[in-house]
Design a binder for this molecule. Structure first.
Ligand code: 5AD
Length: 432
């Protein structure tokens, strides 16, 4: 996949660089040694990932040039917002305020999260899409996720790979298999950022995980996010030193009582400590919650969005809870797509301007149309599954996951065609 645009380094100040994309300037952090003004690079998630030879960059840029501006035009058209409707309603007042990036009150946010009327919801989504475009232009980041093991020592009530599910066949990829999957993702498909995920699997030591991260970073340059659950504060430190730069860890719910109900033997405070420590170490924080757990109130969801903000989330990850037949929550009802879209849209309104809002695989699983709707309701980030096909169905956190049996090339093709149809391009750096 070549769904990333090379940028040209314009200016370097310590570890900060300004990158030019067809005249547009964006900021990134650089950790590569010997980077010079004029070099061409790929950047992702705010980091310079790798340098590329000038001739190669120039030929890719020649292909992109026209497309880049065409895409921006399509995006701009789709994100126009008109709130000047004749009637003077409470909703229009709130959305008008949001569209000017003014802070909303708690009551106003609750009002948005409680909307039900289809036309009103569409206005909310349009406002979020307008803000996404205004603050982030048409950028969209595409990560590749490798699910390295489905062993888990925890017993989360909602999760299909919890250790209580005795019907699931377990797998643990070897270091060589993981490196092979990372190589394929980076070298064959052109991914610039990888998420390594597993259950809480004591089968890998921290040192082994650190070695894997280090090798991937050295041999297959990419921005690496880790998602191995609660690996301890020291573990976080070791993996940062090994080269991981992002932590994907949801707090799942900000309501401590609900947290306790669905996470027997786990501790909400410990979860938060991991997220806080990770931020202080320099990790990009990807966090959020499950939407649709029984007993979750609208106010809890509002607090989830606030908590993600307080934890300095770079990316907001909110997805639907999907009942899994082999879990204690098997008989809970399925949340509707709009309930999740609302959360994405409100996150876009509440989050810092350059935050990424994730379109989750769980939402894609609920309904094919949901992906496009999410991207038009504030989302600007997604993940494709690059786990070897033979393991993918075994990582069954919930049933019938989108992309479970889909070759990587097919996922890339359909994603690119969706992104092109709505004018999105793969530069995810902060616009300056
Ligand atoms: N439905 C949706 N998401 C789930 N996860 C776990 N089980 C389910 C489910 N049944 C999510 C959790 C976890 C992430 C890896 O998967 O939020 O953080």
């Amino acid at each position: 996949m070549c769904y990333a645009i090379p940028g040209r380094v314009e200016k370097i100040e310590d570890n900060k660089v300004i990158v030019d994309y067809f005249g547009e300037k964006r900021k990134a952090l650089n950790e590569l040694t010997r980077l010079n003004v004029g070099d061409y690079i790929y950047a992702q998630g705010g980091y310079v990932v790798t340098r590329i030879p000038s001739e190669e960059a120039e030929s890719i840029l020649a292909l992109w040039k026209e497309e880049f501006f065409n895409l921006q035009e399509v995006d701009l058209k789709l994100s126009r917002l008109s709130l000047n409707q004749e009637k003077d309603s409470k909703l229009l007042g709130i959305l008008d305020k949001a569209s000017q990036s003014k802070l909303l009150t708690k009551d106003q946010i609750l009002y948005l999260l409680e909307l039900k009327d289809t036309n009103e919801l569409e206005l909310l989504y349009k406002t979020a899409n307008f803000l996404r475009q205004r603050n982030n232009k048409n950028s969209c980041c595409v990560h590749g996720i490798i699910e390295i093991s489905n062993y888990c020592r925890q017993g989360c009530h909602y999760c299909g790979i919890s250790n209580n599910n005795k019907e699931l066949k377990r797998y643990r990829m070897t270091q060589d298999q993981i490196l092979e999957a990372a190589k394929e993702a980076v070298e064959v498909y052109g991914f610039k950022s990888l998420v390594l995920q597993s259950g809480e699997d004591a089968g890998y030591s921290i040192d082994e995980l650190a070695e894997i991260v280090k090798k991937i970073k050295e041999d297959f340059p990419s921005l690496i996010f880790i998602s191995f659950g609660e690996i301890g504060l020291e573990g976080l430190e070791k993996l940062y030193q090994a080269g991981a730069r992002g932590l994907l860890m949801r707090f799942e719910t900000s309501n401590p009582h609900l947290y306790q109900q669905v996470h027997p033997g786990m501790n909400f405070e410990s979860r938060l400590k991991h997220l806080q420590k990770a931020y202080s170490l320099g990790y990009l924080i990807l966090t959020g919650s499950l939407i649709g757990l029984a007993g979750q109130r609208t106010e809890d969801i509002l607090n989830d969005i606030f908590l993600a903000s307080r934890l300095n989330a770079e990316m907001f990850s909110f997805g639907p809870f999907i009942p899994h037949p082999h879990t204690p929550l098997a008989n809970q009802s399925q949340v509707q797509v709009d309930e999740v879209l609302k959360v994405l849209a409100v996150s876009r309104i509440v989050a810092k301007p350059d935050a990424k809002i994730l379109l989750t695989t769980a939402l894609e699983t609920l309904n094919k149309e949901a992906s496009k709707r999410a991207l038009l309701a504030g989302a600007n980030s997604l993940m494709l599954n690059v786990t070897p096909l033979s393991y993918r169905p075994l990582y069954s956190i919930y049933p019938n996951r989108a992309h479970e049996t889909e070759e990587i090339t097919a996922q890339i093709e359909s994603t690119l065609s969706l992104l092109r149809s709505i004018g999105r391009a793969p530069t995810d750096l902060e616009v300056i």
